[in-house]
Design a protein around this ligand. Structure first.
Ligand code: UD2
Ligand code: MN
Length: 470
């Protein structure tokens, strides 16, 4: 049964005029063990709610489902729709590579990806294709409305939502504040630029998708591919928009109703790390620093991120902009500092600033203009001056500077918010030591030493010029 949901549509959308030479689209749905009725609901809603001439074909990619009804039964049922092609993969590809299989056989001008448990609403397709017709580097997403997984009812959602991420690269929605809506006079039907797309539902010009190198095919099963494509689109010259006149319902479920060939958490974190390594530049520390340090530990031999050379080459070839550019221009409200603190490193006891010259420490009168007094404390807790880091060289030589290496946990120092013991927050603790060892500044003899922490010793207290809040 198909319900009418036009009550959820904006009245203004009904009067919208689109070009009559819109591009055609291939609609790609991949699935693994999808419920029969929801899969049919998806396909029927496509045909019932789209102009036939715009649909080149509907490609169903069965990602090696285990359910019997998804084999011959499905083929037989779908044979009533000449435009539907069903592909049964002979091994599990995961949604990323399954979508790519669909893309290779697609013949339409535009690729439209949908999840396999959706309901396309009245007039959903034309506004997406119209945007791409206006500019081929626009990637158009419908508003994703909610189909309840309890009673299958359809719930409309606000149009004023942007797709965003928070660290460590977690997808989310962010409401556009009322004052912004008023200030820019944003209307309900205006396209909304999104730093990140939700991932499941979007239309993209097929040639453009290939120019962008499609997805990183090294991503496994589920997760992170929306980050990868979103960064790539924005940083390499495209745009992502939600088109409020296009609305598609999606069944949101707790967890994934299918198995992961490997562990789910490990699969997703590996995917995210691949994306981070290729796209985040110096901000890669921010990603690892928010709960993914363990991926960097050299004894974590299980963790194999795979080869990234092709992805990095692609980024060069496409002459994509930097992640800093993306943050400043596409997602300025995230306000991510690339380091935890920086500036001068002031020693409270000596009332002087630490300086390095040719690898040798000294204390100098603080001078913000002197580059050799500049340090930063990274998200991975390294204390850096350009690409050299404060390190314990060995017990005899004591402290010195060593080339920075995110994987070397000997180089990690705790300070301020990283320290649990509130009597030591101004101190700088060597992270891997079993008992608390602190950096101490001395005006004579060895300038920097590592001593047993003492909460009241002011020569063990340090201040950076700037601290950045999370
Ligand atoms: C969201 C996206 C989804 C995808 C995912 C992150 C929406 C509405 N959904 O999670 O499209 O971007 O985030 O990766 O934006 N599938 C396969 N093979 C697999 C696993 C999944 O074909 O190995 C299919 C699955 O049947 C479904 C689609 O891929 O049709 C997306 O999976 P999901 O519905 O479990 O993802 P979802 O909506 O939780
Ligand atoms: Mn889904």
């Amino acid at each position: 049964m198909i319900w009418e949901h036009s009550s959820f549509l904006l009245k203004e959308c009904l009067d919208q005029i689109v070009h009559n030479n819109l591009p055609t689209t291939s609609i790609i749905l991949c699935f693994v063990d999808e419920v029969w009725s929801t899969l049919l609901r998806s396909v029927h809603s496509i045909f019932n709610r789209s102009p036939a001439h715009l649909i080149k074909e509907v490609i169903l990619v069965d990602d090696f489902s285990t359910k019997e009804y998804l084999k011959e039964n499905l083929d037989k049922y779908m044979s009533q729709f000449p435009k539907v092609h069903v592909i049964h993969l002979q091994e599990r590809h995961g949604l990323i590579r399954a979508r790519l299989v669909g893309a290779t056989i697609a013949t339409g001008d535009v690729l439209t990806f949908l999840d396999s448990h959706v309901e396309c609403n009245v007039g959903w397709l034309e506004p997406l294709l119209e945007r791409i017709h206006l500019k081929r580097t626009k990637v158009a997403c419908p508003v994703i409305e909610i189909i309840s997984d309890k009673d299958m009812s359809y719930v409309g959602v606000s149009s004023f939502l942007r797709g965003i991420f928070t660290w460590p690269m977690t997808f989310g929605w962010k409401v556009i504040p009322d004052e912004i809506i008023k200030k820019y006079n944003i209307k309900e039907m205006d396209p909304i630029r999104c730093p990140i797309m939700a991932g499941g539902l979007f239309s993209i010009d097929k040639k453009y998708f290939y120019e962008l190198g499609t997805y990183d095919a090294g991503l496994e099963v589920w997760g992170g591919e929306n980050m990868e494509l979103s960064f790539k689109i924005w940083m390499c010259g495209g745009e992502i928009e939600i088109i409020p006149c296009s609305r598609v319902g999606h069944i949101f479920r707790d967890g994934n109703p299918y198995t992961f060939p490997k562990n789910r958490i490990k699969t997703v974190e590996r995917n995210l790390a691949r994306v981070a390594e290729v796209w985040l530049d110096e901000y890669v520390d921010v990603f690892y620093g928010h709960g993914y340090h363990h991926l960097l530990n050299t004894n974590n031999i299980e963790f194999n991120i795979g080869d990234l050379s092709k992805q990095k080459e692609l980024r060069k070839k496409l002459q994509c902009k930097s992640f800093k550019w993306y943050l400043e221009n596409v997602y300025p409200d995230l306000q991510t500092p690339s380091v935890r603190s920086d500036g001068l490193l002031f020693n409270v006891g000596t009332r002087k600033c630490l300086a390095v010259e040719n690898g040798t420490f000294s204390f100098e009168l603080c001078d913000i203009h002197k580059k050799n007094q500049h340090f930063n404390h990274s998200w991975l807790r390294l204390i850096k001056q350009t690409d050299m880091c404060i390190a314990l060289l060995d017990m005899k030589q004591g402290l010195g500077m060593k080339p920075c290496d995110n994987k070397n946990n000997n180089l990690r120092w705790l300070h301020q918010s990283f320290i649990a013991d509130s009597t030591l927050t101004d101190h700088i603790l060597w992270e891997i030591s079993q008992f608390p060892l602190c950096l101490e500044g001395n005006l004579f003899g060895k300038i920097l030493t590592l001593n047993t922490c003492d909460p009241v010793n002011s020569q063990q207290k340090w201040q950076f010029t700037n601290y950045y809040k999370d």
